[in-house]
Every structure is written in structure tokens, then in C-alpha cells.
Design a protein around this ligand. Structure first.
Ligand SMILES: NC(=O)c1ccc[n+]([C@@H]2O[C@H](COP(=O)([O-])OP(=O)(O)OC[C@H]3O[C@@H](n4cnc5c(N)ncnc54)[C@H](O)[C@@H]3O)[C@@H](O)[C@H]2O)c1
Length: 416
């Protein structure tokens, strides 16, 4: 049978190989899982359908699944996040890829359906577009799925709450070894990377507005502050707003911050967080970027409707002339700035995220028939194992509890 794929250019494979090898050097935890998988072949004979950002790190995950015996079908989880060189190398290595950078929304969904047409028994998702499309199919035979990101978990919990979820899903995002590192340090650093690559602005001295003080927002704010920006946090959750105040940031409504900001980054997972009434208040030259999962956090249709003229002064930057005296600069079409404007998270954090993904599909396979149609957390032992493996790979040793301490910590008897 013909080996099926659809990518930009197979001739880019040798460049992709170098990128994938570079990332592999910084992914020791995944490498150790790959070694185990090569022996236990836990996914032998299974088809895995994955909708992930097609990056060098994802290529290492796909190779790990293949080593476990799976046939892997991969499509992109964002039209702008595919690295075409990586996609080419994967195809050369007999991983089915259906994606290219800059694909249209129509192509994006046709690639998702193409993956589903191979009737994968395991799904791996980032944002829940693959799983939600699978839910529209009449017949499915799926052991389970995994979900990489916060927004995807929201969508899956909504399916579960409405009694519509058709198979168990593991919430990889909610593992501590995922969101504490990937969302915070990964998004923090790589969003700044995307901002710098697209604009080359100086961050020191700028007023930098971060919308959402969740795991991603905390990371972005921390790095912007470290580079000398005056950071303003926008929140709707009183607890997180309070945390931001005590972390030393200014906190205010977006309506006030809109007048002050030089740079705005959204990381809420919410819709229309920056919208028409806010664009109208902004300073000339303000920069707008998003690192939340979908391109809905900045109200782009309103920005389009307000603008008299749109130009492209640099790769990844669109200039909107919203009034005679005001130009606003939108980065990466409002899509994930760290992936569309840079290379996504560094491999060191994706090592843990994808170790969770690999262990989660192994767990799904081993628990086949025993799980309900629910969203499950990553089992605690897997989370702890990944943390230990990561520490070991970093050469960091830690203490262990003595017998006396274990007894003390589990007893109610000893007090003052
Ligand atoms: N760029 C990346 O590589 C990357 C990585 C991980 C997660 N994500 C995505 O980033 C988004 C945020 O993820 P997270 O893990 O930080 O989520 P989170 O739930 O920890 O944080 C989101 C925060 O935004 C706040 N918020 C919601 N609506 C708001 C509004 N209208 N105004 C101000 N604040 C608002 C919430 O109160 C919450 O504190 C999600 O879409 C997630 O999927 C992106």
C-alpha cells in the first residue's frame, strides 16, 4: 500500500534531521522511555493519531511511539506551527504527516479528518480539535485520548459534563511535570523569543501588559520583568489578581491598561480579551501578541473593521492603521506567538510534557476496558517518576525522609 502523507517538500528532510537531533540532546527523559518502549513494544500493532505542533520535539515523541510499535499519523494543532523541515524528516522515517506551515483552515480540518480516516485507536491532542472532530464521526473504536493543553482540557470537561465524551481522556496538561514547567517556563521564555524575533524591540523600560495570570501568564510576566519591563497584569480571578499584586506587579482592568501599554500579550484561553473599545484607547505603536491556544483572545475582526489600512512591515508583523495618529502592530496573526513567531518551547521542558504523553498512552493501553468515559488526571506515580528522571538527568540529588520523619509526618499524636 502507498505510504500516505501530505507535506510541503520532502527535500527538506536533511535539515529537519539536524533540528530533531539537536532537540533530542535535551530530551533525556523521553529517551529513557523510548528505550523502555523499544523493549516492551507496548503499542505494537496500534494506530496513534496525533494532532500536535509539528516541531523537532514532537518528532522525538513520534519516534518514541514508533519505537513502541505504533503506526503514527500526525497532523498540526495550529496552521502556523508546522516546521516543514521536521515534517519532511518524519515522512522519510515512515511517520505519516499531513501538515504544512501556513495551511488554510480548510486544509487544517481536512488533515485532521485524514488522520481519523485511518481509524486510530489512540488519540493525542493539543487543543481538542482532533478529539472533537472524532466525536462527530458515526463509528469510532478508540481506546482513549490524551490532551496537552489547558484550552483542550476545558473543551473535554465540557464534553464530559454534558455526557457526550465517548472515550476516556488523560489530562496531560494537569500533570505537575507538565504545566508547572511547560506552561510557565516554556511559554514564558518562548513568548519573549517570539516577540523579539518578530519585532526586535527593546523590552527594558517598556510597559508590558500580560492578560491572564495563570501558568503561562506568570511565566511571561516573570521574564518580561526580568528584562526590565514595567509589567501590568490583567485578571478576572480575585485570587490570581491578589497573587500578582504580591508578586510585585501592577494590577488593573484592561480598559485602564489599554492606555498605558507598549506591548500586550494575552495568555487567558478566553475570547475577546482585548477588543474594539480597548484598541481605540491604545497608544500609537502598541504591539499585540497572543500566547493562548486559539487566535480569539485579541478580537481581530474588530481590529480589521476599525482599520483603514493594513500593511506588513516585517515577517510576522501586521500594521493596522486604526486612526490618523494610531498604528497597532499585531504579531503572528494573533496565533500562538511562541510557535508561529519562534520555535515553541525549548526541548528541556517538552521533554517532560512529552514524557507525560508517552506514559499516558502506555497507561491507556494497559488500562484498556477499565476506564470510564471521563477526563482522568495523569496517575501520580507517572508524574513523580518523570520528576525523578528529570532531576537525575540534571545531575541533581535530593534528600529522602528518614523513618522517624515518615512516622512523624503521618501521625497526629505529636504536638507542642
Ligand atoms: N503558547 C503555548 O505554547 C501554550 C502552552 C501552554 C498553554 N497554552 C494556552 O495558554 C492559555 C492559558 O493557559 P494557562 O495554563 O496559563 O491557563 P490558566 O487557566 O492557568 O490561566 C488562565 C488565566 O486567565 C485568566 N482569565 C480568563 N479570562 C480572562 C479575561 N477575560 N481577562 C483576564 N484574565 C482572564 C483566568 O482567570 C486564569 O487565571 C490556554 O489557552 C492554554 O491552552 C499555550
Amino acid at each position: 500500500m502507498k505510504f500516505d502523507y501530505e507535506i510541503k517538500n520532502l527535500g527538506l528532510a536533511s535539515k529537519g534531521k539536524l533540528l530533531i537531533e539537536w532537540a533530542a540532546n535535551q530530551m533525556p527523559v523521553l529517551a529513557s522511555i523510548k528505550k523502555d518502549f523499544s523493549k516492551n513494544r507496548v503499542l505494537a500493532g496500534l494506530r496513534v493519531g496525533a494532532c500536535l505542533h509539528i516541531t523537532a520535539e514532537t518528532a522525538n515523541l513520534a519516534g518514541t511511539l514508533k519505537m513502541a510499535g505504533a503506526e503514527v499519523y500526525l497532523c498540526a494543532s495550529n496552521p502556523l506551527s508546522t516546521n516543514d523541515m521536521v515534517a519532511a524528516f518524519l515522512v522519510k522515517n515512515r511517520i505519516h504527516v499531513f501538515a504544512h506551515r501556513g495551511e488554510t483552515a480548510k486544509d487544517y480540518y481536512s488533515h485532521i479528518r485524514r488522520v481519523l480516516s485511518y481509524q486510530p485507536q489512540l488519540l493525542m491532542d493539543d487543543g481538542a480539535d482532533l478529539v472533537s472532530t472524532a466525536h462527530k464521526e458515526e463509528k469510532i473504536n478508540i481506546i482513549g485520548g490524551t490532551e496537552e493543553t489547558t484550552t483542550g482540557i476545558h473543551r473535554l470537561r465540557s464534553l464530559e459534563k454534558n455526557g457526550l465524551l465517548r472515550f476516556p481522556v488523560i489530562a496531560v496538561n494537569d500533570a505537575n511535570t507538565k504545566h508547572l514547567f511547560d506552561n510557565r517556563y516554556g511559554t514564558g521564555q518562548s513568548t519573549i523569543d517570539g516577540l523579539l524575533r518578530t519585532t526586535n524591540v527593546l523590552i527594558a523600560g517598556k510597559t508590558f501588559v500580560v492578560c491572564g495570570y495563570g501558568w503561562c501568564g506568570r511565566g511571561v510576566a516573570l521574564r518580561a520583568k526580568g528584562m526590565g519591563a514595567n509589567v501590568i497584569i490583567i485578571e478576572v480571578d480575585p485570587l490570581r489578581a491578589l497573587e500578582a499584586v504580591m508578586d510585585g506587579y501592577s494590577v488593573m482592568p484592561i480598559k485602564e491598561a489599554a492606555k498605558l501599554g507598549d506591548i500586550f500579550i494575552t495568555t487567558t484561553g478566553d475570547k475577546n480579551v482585548i477588543r474594539k473599545e480597548h484598541f481605540k484607547l491604545m497608544k500609537d505603536g502598541a504591539i499585540l501578541g497572543n500566547s493562548g491556544h486559539f487566535n480569539v483572545e485579541i478580537d481581530i475582526p474588530s481590529l480589521e473593521s476599525l482599520s483603514k489600512r493594513k500593511t506588513r512591515p516585517r515577517e510576522g508583523v501586521e500594521e493596522y492603521q486604526v486612526s490618523k495618529d494610531c498604528r497597532l502592530f499585531l504579531l503572528a496573526e494573533g496565533r500562538l506567538l511562541n510557535l508561529a513567531g519562534a520555535e515553541g518551547h525549548p526541548p528541556t521542558v517538552m521533554d517532560m510534557s512529552f514524557a507525560n504523553q508517552a506514559k499516558a498512552v502506555e497507561y491507556l493501553k494497559k488500562s484498556e476496558g477499565k476506564l470510564a468515559k471521563m477526563v482522568y488526571p495523569v496517575p501520580k506515580e507517572i508524574d513523580a517518576e518523570i520528576a525523578s528522571l528529570k532531576l537525575r538527568s540534571l545531575g541533581v540529588k535530593i534528600d529522602t525522609l528518614t523513618k522517624e520523619q515518615k512516622t512523624y509526618l503521618s501521625s497526629w499524636k505529636l504536638g507542642t
